[in-house]
Design a protein around this ligand. Sequence first.
Ligand code: ASP
Length: 352
Amino acid sequence: MLRRFLPAACAALLSTSAAFAGEPGEWALVIHGGAGVIERGAMTPETEAAYRAAMNAALERGEAVLDEGGSSLDAVVAVIHGLEDDPLFNSGRGAVFTAAGRNELDASIMDGATLNAGAVAGVTQVRHPISLARAVMENSRHVMLQGEGAETFAREQDLEIVEPAWFFTERRWASLERALNRLGLPIPPRPEGAPEPEPVDHGALERDSREHRFGTVGVVALDRDGNIAAGTSTGGTTAKRWGRVGDSPIIGAGTYANNESCGVSATGTGEYFIRLTVASRICALVELQGLSLQDAADRVIQDELTALEGDGGIVALTAAGDIAWSFNTPGMYRARQSEGGEPVVSIYGDED
Ligand code: ASP
């Protein structure tokens, strides 16, 4: 299958962005696993290999759906399910903790064919928050549910409910302790049902604290019918307080999809992404100003987000199968694949 590479002027100028184009009627998929201070040499070969394997597995899950002619919504959910179960990422199991020692999970999904959308914030017992977001979209009159009400709806929808300790990982708990010590805040008791404390790798912790809060996951998929879907799932930011909600469950900020323009999933310090309505803004630049996807993404991330001193990145695609990513952090876990093309998995800013 032919894969046309755009004369990626931007990619040449900015190592942290890249544009790729597909063929009509073919599926395409782009995934992120969080952006941050992810630097060559600061990661052990084992950790790097584990992330690359996880991103490859994520592509395979998406490919399995799309290659069978499945919908982009099904692909987004299938990919995110796996990432929500993988403790490497800050979503589902492995999510970061609030200052009160809880995992409060946010997720959203959008259907680019209908502009239907669903989102949840602050859920603590739903194994796959992305499925709850989809249930909100498909089976309720609402777009966004939060907290206890969202959990009640999850039970009514027969979604899988787990004990809060399901999400616990020692690595994230240790990161919380470090963050709270830095902030001069008290350390809460370990969550009920959490395993006995285990020794943690302090080198890895140091790297985590440099990576800071990132590890959110997001997917944008295009199916053979030309429909785009986008989804994002996160535990938010370490030591968040007062019911803080970031951009990930905010339609237009962390997630957006519209067949007429593009689909986007974001990761980074959510407050900036909300203020810039990053995801819908990129699509608006494509639709209303005729910018290429890559130029639109770079304008918002490299110029506008950077000017606000925000940090993070996005992955995006169009109904024509153009794929782009852009980030202003040293790295972003990311992967892409187009029908008939080779899978690409990258971490650092100097990779494709
Ligand atoms: N954007 C997420 C939030 O602010 C965090 C992240 O992407 O790492 O909640």
